[in-house]
Ligand binder design. Structure first.
Ligand SMILES: [Mg+2]
Length: 301
């Protein structure tokens, strides 16, 4: 199945809605994550009043480039991230992300800045959190998807684990989209297998393999053994997110609630899980009340 640019972009857009609603709600409820299910009345939230964070801001940067260039390369992605950071630096970027983006905004090249972060490149979860739309766009070309995810990661996350996190999330999102029309158990198998087929060897992949075996575990057990983003690394975020998305692939609302209630890096966890759930179930599966209150997405800086 090959698709034209507009069809690819339409899928990336659905994923972006899943990602951004998860991000915004995950952030808004992170301080009361354990009681997120009790929050059922959203009527007092004004339209667009629940603000999205760096996860969505950077995913928008990637989406813009896909939309304009029908593909991505590192220099253009770095430009998009920098332009967005300059315009709106208060999106909850992590400390290292701010440092990198400030240096890029001051005129340094990503090739000089990114490999030096933490001495060997960042393996934070920031490349994974924004990779979902790439999965939607490149779902019909998995070799190209791996390249695109690596490029999108490298400009800020040069460490192999940071890059592996982005590849894993993009691959999982692509597999979830490709599994539309399959039963949920079939879709889940396709997600795990695609991620293991495409993600390079390393800690992220090792923990994804463990997560796949934890079908009958509770979320708390998985979070305790694999992490749930408290270390904000790709390794302690991506395996948990894939596990939780696979638990509720066909139910966007439940996927987000069951993710946020565990705690950890709530906005990023929900952004990744929301990407997968929307890829499989479509943007129509996102509760309309949640879409209504999410801040309006700002395209093309
Ligand atoms: Mg964030």
């Amino acid at each position: 199945m090959t698709r034209n640019h507009n069809e690819r972009l339409a899928t990336a857009r659905e994923v972006l809605d899943g990602l951004s609603v998860g991000d915004a709600l995950g952030e808004a409820f992170s301080y009361q994550h354990y009681r997120v299910r009790e929050i059922t009345d959203f009527s007092f939230y004004r339209d667009g009043s629940v603000i999205y964070t760096d996860d969505t801001e950077m995913a928008l940067g990637i989406y813009d480039i896909l939309s304009l260039m029908k593909g991505i390369d590192e220099d253009t992605v770095a430009w998009a991230f920098t332009a967005r950071f300059r315009r709106d630096p208060d999106r909850g970027y992590g400390k290292m992300a701010r440092r990198i983006l400030n240096e890029l905004a001051d005129g340094s090249g990503w090739r000089d800045v990114s490999p030096k972060a933490f001495g060997g490149g960042s393996f934070g979860n920031g490349a994974a959190m924004r990779a979902g739309p790439l999965g939607g766009y490149y779902a019909d070309d998995l070799p190209e998807l791996v390249q695109a995810a690596a490029k999108s990661a490298r400009v800020t996350h040069f460490h192999p684990e940071g890059i592996a996190g982005a590849i894993a999330v993009a691959a999982a999102t692509a597999a979830a989209y490709n599994a539309r029309g399959e039963t949920e158990p079939e879709a889940v198998e396709r997600v795990w297998q695609t991620v293991l087929d495409l993600t390079p060897e390393g800690e992220v992949r090792r923990k994804v393999r463990l997560a796949r075996e934890m079908k009958d575990a509770t979320a708390d057990t998985v979070a305790r053994e694999l992490g749930c983003g408290y270390e904000i690394s790709a390794q302690d975020t991506v395996p948990f997110c894939l596990w939780n998305a696979c638990r509720n692939l066909g139910d966007y609302k439940e996927a987000i609630l069951s993710t946020v209630e565990v705690g950890g890096d709530c906005d990023t966890n929900a952004a990744i899980v929301g990407s997968l759930a929307a890829a499989y179930s479509g943007a129509a599966s996102i509760p309309s009340e949640w879409l209504r209150i999410r801040e309006t997405l700002k395209f093309k800086v």
